[in-house]
Design a protein around this ligand. Structure first.
Ligand code: FAD
Length: 379
């Protein structure tokens, strides 16, 4: 086992940490309160190379690898969870196009994402009637001469109103996972309607919208991968995406722990700081231990990915564990703050709201358990 970061990983981590602590952390409460999309901050992250951490340099990426990406995500999420979710989706979409796109698709879209010229990129898989059972999606893609016509709707699309490109999955063939194809859709096409912003519990600086496709005509060149290959593309993207969300959860949980530690040192009860009480110390010790374990799971999945090994099981384990422990960390942070944990004068309640979705998106905890069990039983 080798636990040292290499030079590149250390530099990426330092750059992300410095930006997160100096620039993001002081404005995160304002971004949340005002529900402000962090456009300027995302552009600055692009300038730091964080919109394509694991993307080759020829497409504008930093080519720093999956471990560096995980480290960067932990830092940025610790500074501002809303900003980190847009960063996570942008990186996932850029990597997916690099992996499955044609050379023309890569050259057209990936540098726009990594440079920040696109405000964002989106991943359009979930639909109103279901997210977990993605193979049952109903949006259709009908062949029309050399092109395609999309009809249907998508739900919960992160940055869907801001995206320069949206990866959309639609049914081009029979029922089931083999009848799904994947398309690169540009905004503003006739028939593509962006729905209202969801009024979310947390991640309030990130936009989440529905998309309606009403006879949206696409050129043949919009197809990514082969017809029927869409489900494989979606699941491959999600494997990597789950490392991102595990890392995001570690970041949010760490921010919650830091807030709890700060408060426990300052707050006096019965004539001494509450940090002196064993009940508080044990809670902090448990949270610190769980977050460290989550960090290691995320980095192991990233290291396997970087080495070219299979990492589906490990990515799901990391996502399951990190998201559940981030929820516990932020719950405990609220508890340590007492009544002050319940008001927005302190960051604990924001971390609690931001952490909540990590057990839901990119596959719920239940779906992660299904994936892990399937992988174990397969072996
Ligand atoms: C803020 C936010 C941002 C999102 N961003 C995106 C995005 O950018 N792109 C995108 O495509 N999607 C996105 N999503 C959608 C997200 O991935 C889905 O919400 C998630 O996959 C769950 O799908 P669902 O909401 O339809 O719940 P359902 O699938 O209806 O599940 C409801 C409940 O049933 C459980 N369940 C379902 N099937 C099983 C089973 N077989 N066994 C046991 N339990 C089961 C689930 O775990 C859950 O508890 C986002 C969601 C949110 C909230």
């Amino acid at each position: 086992m080798f636990f040292e970061l290499n030079e590149t990983q250390r530099l990426v981590q330092q750059a992300a940490r410095s930006y997160a602590q100096k620039t993001l952390a002081p404005i995160a409460a304002g971004i949340d309160r005002e529900g402000r999309f962090p456009r300027e901050q995302l552009l600055e992250l692009a300038e730091l190379g964080l919109m394509g951490v694991n993307v080759p340099e020829e497409y504008g990426g930093a080519a720093a690898g999956a471990v560096a990406y995980s480290l960067a995500m932990m830092e940025i999420a610790q500074g501002c969870a809303s900003t980190s979710v847009a960063m996570a989706v942008n990186n996932m979409v850029a990597e997916t196009i690099v992996r499955f796109g044609t050379e023309a698709q890569k050259r057209k879209y990936v540098p726009e994402i990594t440079s920040g010229r696109f405000e964002a990129a989106s991943y359009g898989l979930s639909e109103p009637q279901g997210g977990s059972d993605a193979a049952a999606l109903r949006t259709t893609a009908r062949k029309d001469g050399s092109g395609w016509v999309l009809n249907g709707s998508k739900q919960w699309i992160t940055s869907g109103d801001r995206a320069g490109v949206i990866v959309v999955w639609a049914r081009s063939g029979d029922a089931g996972s083999k009848g799904i194809s994947c398309f690169l859709v540009e905004p503003g096409l006739p028939g593509l309607h962006v729905g209202k912003h969801e009024d979310k519990m947390g991640l309030r600086g990130s936009t989440t919208v529905s998309l309606a496709f009403d006879d949206v005509h696409l050129k043949g060149s919009a197809l990514m991968g082969a017809p029927g290959e869409g489900f494989v593309i979606a699941m491959t993207a999600l494997d990597g995406g789950r490392i991102g969300i595990a890392s995001q959860a570690v970041g949010i949980g760490t921010a919650a722990l830091d807030a709890a530690v700060r408060y426990a040192r300052e707050r006096q009860a019965f004539g001494q700081p509450i940090a002196n009480y064993q009940a508080i110390r044990f809670m902090l010790a448990d949270v610190a231990t769980e977050l460290d374990a989550a960090r290691l799971l995320a980095l192991r999945a990233a290291a396997l990915k970087e080495a070219g090994h299979r990492f589906t099981r490990e990515a799901s384990m990391a996502k399951l564990f990190a998201s559940e422990k981030a929820n516990r960390a932020s719950d405990i942070a609220v508890q340590v703050h007492g009544g002050y944990g319940y008001i927005d004068e302190f960051p604990a309640e924001r971390h609690y709201r931001d952490a909540r979705v990590t057990t839901i998106y990119e596959g719920t905890s239940e779906v992660q358990r299904l994936v892990i069990a399937r992988e174990i039983l397969k072996d």
